[in-house]
Design a protein around this ligand. Sequence first.
Ligand code: IMP
Ligand code: MG
Length: 179
Amino acid sequence: MNSTLKKIHKFSLLYPQDEIAGRIKEMGEQISLDYAGKDPILIGVLKGCIVFLADLIRAIPKSMELEFISASSYNGGITASDKVIMNGGPGVSLEGRHLLLVEGVVDSGNTVTTIIKRLRNQKPASIEIVTLLDKPTCRKVELNLKYVGFTAGDDFVIGYGLDVDQKYRNLPFIGKVIE
Ligand code: IMP
Ligand code: MG
């Protein structure tokens, strides 16, 4: 579809900028404490992680490394598909390393579950999930999320890296789509 023909979505404010900033600071502090003396690899799940991840790494004042993987269970709009498409992945050895998988939002849980299955093959010392937003009522697979910024309902959310049809990632706050 031509991007100029894409639908405009109405939304209402869900999490304002200052609230998100405060929460990410707390998450960074917690991760720094929990990983004291360790050198974790944060693996961002593109593209929804990017704004959150950029803030999060600056809230972790300790030795760490950054890698990315590209995955999505959505085909563009707001309808989920169960098929997870994965691309790329860390270019370093993960054996014996402590991994933190960083997501913008966990919905059904299919995406992170699929990624974790693949990462486990490389025998890391540990894998934990960090997500800015959790939508637990949408879950289809059982999942333990260690670090959650905000627990939301089942509304489709945009902004702060999260999109509908690749749009709205640049909004500096999180809104919920009301149309
Ligand atoms: P899951 O596999 O169903 O957990 O979905 C996770 C992926 O779906 C995320 O990486 C997002 O790209 C996308 N997603 C799920 N819910 C939302 C939402 O409310 N807004 C924007 N993207 C979403
Ligand atoms: Mg998306």
